[in-house]
Design a protein around this ligand. Structure first.
Ligand code: NDP
Length: 419
């Protein structure tokens, strides 16, 4: 019996909402609140026919803490699931502290206005201190530790697939298979085809900013940053086949480096086809990925936001996307003094996801873990006052829930390693 406030109603949120509605024994009531209330109403209409969960909707601008506080005050949820954008993480966390309600998200804080001088000063200092230049990092949210502790509430950071499930795979590997993990390679393969010349599988602004940024990995206690897309490997993914993949910076590297004791190297690879990369390079070269506003016919336009307007809405890709994703982690390390290697991964079929919830697998593989993270907190399975990355909790109940709620995983011994 619980009441969940879900903020955001995009691709990921719509899967999380439908999964909560399937899990109506736990989520007896949910409120879907977003900037565009009509979207929330449409999803409510879709689920009302079949779910026992009582669904209500609301309009909220989550950039404004007062609006979130007022909504929490009137709805009185047991927890808030933030599946809006990383830009809203801090305002929603502030509201949760004020109202003493637990918080779950799927992506770490990113500043929307990267030209804000106050933000830039902190950012530039961090780039120097830590050695990676991504616009997002955990320091902003980890800084809430004392406030969450004092309020006696939990913040569960990063309950998507990556970060999220990949981080839980790491905790599970450490708990059951290794005495010491030496390296982690996170491999994110999307073998799906939506038939468009170019589209992104989740929010284009967030996605393109991530992919066009310098890559980086963690080795021997420090970050090594590389030119964007300059480390390429090939890998033969189970149920997908041979794919090119590129080393990217990714947020879970930062938390795993802190939470997996003694880990020596963590890398993240994502697959991209040549056509995607050619389109992206071209858009970048002409300035369409820029977040700097430009003046056009008397109006200020942010190029990447205009591009988002032109690209297909990721939430509409489901019907056309065929193929599978394969996302997981390859671990090397030691057990009982012997060298050991292990691969834990999930394969997810785009069309199966579409049949079940009307979404493609990228939204599905993020929305299901978002629901599971919320379930871990509202059922009291995971407890603790403070700010936690997902790998800090016992992975077993989460791994069980993945099998139960549509993301079964495979453990493979002695996999092919990435050089
Ligand atoms: P979408 O752009 O599809 O959806 C974002 C939603 O947030 C929209 O409904 C939007 O409203 C709403 N929103 C935006 N700004 C505000 C605001 N100020 N107040 C209230 N609502 C707002 O994004 P996705 O669903 O693709 O992604 C959602 C989150 O999931 C992102 O943080 C993304 O980074 C994360 N993610 C995490 C992954 C993981 O594996 N960990 C993988 C993929 C995504 P409107 O409809 O009005 O635009």
């Amino acid at each position: 019996m619980s009441r969940l406030l879900i903020i955001g109603c995009g691709g990921v949120a719509q899967v999380a909402i439908k999964k909560c509605c399937q899990n109506s024994g736990v989520f007896t009531e949910i409120c879907i609140a977003s900037r565009t209330k009509e979207k929330c109403d449409r999803v409510k209409e879709e689920v009302d026919g079949w779910t026992k969960t009582k669904v209500t909707t609301a309009r909220v601008d989550a950039d404004k803490k007062e609006e979130v506080v007022s909504l929490i005050g009137s709805y009185k949820p047991d927890a808030v699931l933030n599946v809006a954008l990383p830009y809203q993480d801090l305002t929603i966390m502030d509201a949760c502290v004020e109202c003493k309600v637990s918080y779950i998200d799927t992506a770490n804080y990113e500043a929307e206005d990267t030209n804000d001088p106050a933000w830039r000063k902190i950012y530039e200092e961090r780039c120097k201190r830590l050695g990676f230049s991504a616009y997002f990092d955990y320091s902003w949210q980890w800084a809430y530790e004392e406030r969450f502790k004092e309020a006696g509430i939990t913040a569960l950071l990063g309950s998507g697939f990556d970060p999220g499930v990949t981080s839980v795979f790491s905790a599970y590997a450490l708990k059951h298979y290794f005495d010491e993990i030496e390296t982690i390679d996170i491999l994110d393969c999307n073998g799906g085809d939506h038939g468009y010349p170019f589209a992104t599988n989740f929010n284009p602004e967030i996605n393109l900013r991530e992919v066009s940024a310098p890559g980086s990995y963690w080795e021997d206690g420090k970050w090594i940053e590389i030119e964007p897309m300059s480390i390429k490997r090939e890998y033969d993914f189970k149920e997908v086949g041979m794919k090119d993949m590129y080393l990217l910076h990714h947020e879970e590297i930062e938390s795993l480096a802190k939470n997996i004791p003694g880990v020596k190297r963590i890398r993240f690879f994502m697959t991209f086809g040549q056509s995607y990369l050619t389109h992206m390079k071209c858009l970048e070269n002409v300035g369409m990925l820029s977040t700097e506003p430009v003046e056009f016919e008397g109006r200020q336009i942010v190029p990447i936001q205009f591009l988002k307007r032109l690209l297909p809405d990721p939430a509409t890709l489901g019907e056309r996307t065929v193929g599978k994703t394969n996302i997981g982690c390859i671990f090397t390390g030691k057990k009982d003094g012997k060298e050991k290697t292990l691969y834990i991964y999930n394969v997810c079929d785009h069309q199966e996801c579409y049949k079940e919830v009307g979404s493609q697998a990228i939204s599905y593989t993020t929305g299901v873990p978002a629901m599971i993270g919320a379930m871990m907190l509202v059922t009291g399975t995971w407890k603790g006052a403070g700010v936690f990355n997902i790998e800090e909790f016992d992975p077993d109940p989460y791994m069980e829930a993945l099998n139960q709620w549509g993301l079964p995983w495979v453990v493979e011994e002695n996999p092919v390693l990435v050089d």
